[in-house]
Design a protein around this ligand. Structure first.
Ligand SMILES: [Fe+2]
Length: 319
């Protein structure tokens, strides 16, 4: 595959699996385009043109020639300078050239713009019955907080390492998180668990989570007990950049949500969910990230690309 085709496929799969629905994402892109066209010249120059076709600010080609042919990819959940060194070492020692390092978690400009993808959370919450005005109002300060939080990091450190090592580098974050969110939503709708314990049982049948159990990182009940009835299940904490607002649980409870399935949850958030009487199942962070990446990587393999799993990625192939 060509580097650009890999990036394009990630964006396409991310849009198609987006819990907002493809039509809403396309409308969003249309609005971005309309705003862009009205910008004055200087703002147009500053504007990242990728935003016109890619709704995921945390997914970008970070460095390299997009026209290059890619046969072998080193893929990890987190690729930093050390991982790039391993990729380079393997490339030279094994004689098998690694053409691209692919990180799930964002680096470089994608990390600096992580907050921009969080808006999708409000729309997903609205689909679960939280009024959109409330979801947006509560998300806004949290998105600003994340923007300020990431602004302090040395975003481009790993990208500089890739440049010096001459390794092509990209990250695919929200498209992969959308793929795992869609996977879990379909599975839960099909299996219709009635208790929280049944959700855990269903998750443990998925190979990535089964392996995570062996690594002491399997699915866990953070709030509630195995015998609790699930009520309405919401897959709201799987995609959308990073954790949303801790004040959302009360509103989710009022919207009739009984149980949420998430990737990970901070203590403060857990307390708020508990106070709102919502059951919380934490599927697992790196295992969930792996599942989403695997759905994408299977498509790359079908097109003849070889995958070298690294840096936390639990690689499972599906037919
Ligand atoms: Fe993650």
């Amino acid at each position: 595959m060509i580097f650009q085709e890999i990036y394009n496929l990630a964006v396409k799969m991310g849009i198609e699996s987006d819990l907002r629905g493809k039509a809403k994402v396309q409308k969003y892109l249309k609005r971005v385009k309309e705003k862009y066209e009205k910008f004055p010249v200087d703002e147009k120059e500053e504007f990242d043109k990728e935003k016109l076709t890619n709704p995921f600010s945390d997914t970008r080609i970070l460095i390299g020639d997009p026209k290059q042919k890619i046969k072998t990819i080193y893929v990890g959940i987190d690729i930093d300078s050390a991982e790039l060194m391993i990729a380079k070492y393997l490339s030279e020692e094994s004689g098998k050239k690694i053409d691209l390092a692919l990180s799930h978690h964002p680096e470089g400009k994608s990390l600096a713009a992580l907050d921009e993808v969080m808006h999708l959370q409000a729309e997903i919450l609205a689909d679960y019955g939280v009024p959109i005005n409330i979801a947006e109002k509560l998300m806004k300060p949290r998105i600003d907080e994340v923007a300020r939080g990431v602004s302090a990091s040395n975003h481009n450190k790993a990208v500089d390492a890739a440049r010096l090592l001459k390794v092509n580098f990209m990250c695919v974050h929200t498209p992969a998180d959308n793929l795992v969110a869609r996977f879990l939503k379909n599975l839960i709708e099909k299996k219709k668990p009635e208790t929280v314990g049944e959700i855990i049982k269903i998750l443990k049948e998925i190979p990535e989570y089964k392996i995570a159990v062996g690594l002491n990182a399997g699915p866990k009940i953070f709030v509630g007990s195995p015998d609790n009835y699930v009520g309405k299940i919401a897959i709201t904490e799987i995609t959308g950049g990073t954790s949303g607002s801790s004040q959302m649980y009360e509103k989710m409870s009022q919207a009739g949500i009984g149980t949420i399935i998430g990737m990970h949850m901070k203590e403060e958030y857990k307390k708020q969910a508990e106070a709102a009487n919502i059951n919380v199942v934490v599927a697992g962070h790196i295992s969930s990230d792996s599942l989403g990446m695997n759905v994408f990587l299977d498509e790359l393999e079908k097109k003849g690309v070889e995958i070298i799993p690294a840096a936390g990625l639990i690689r499972i192939r599906r037919k």
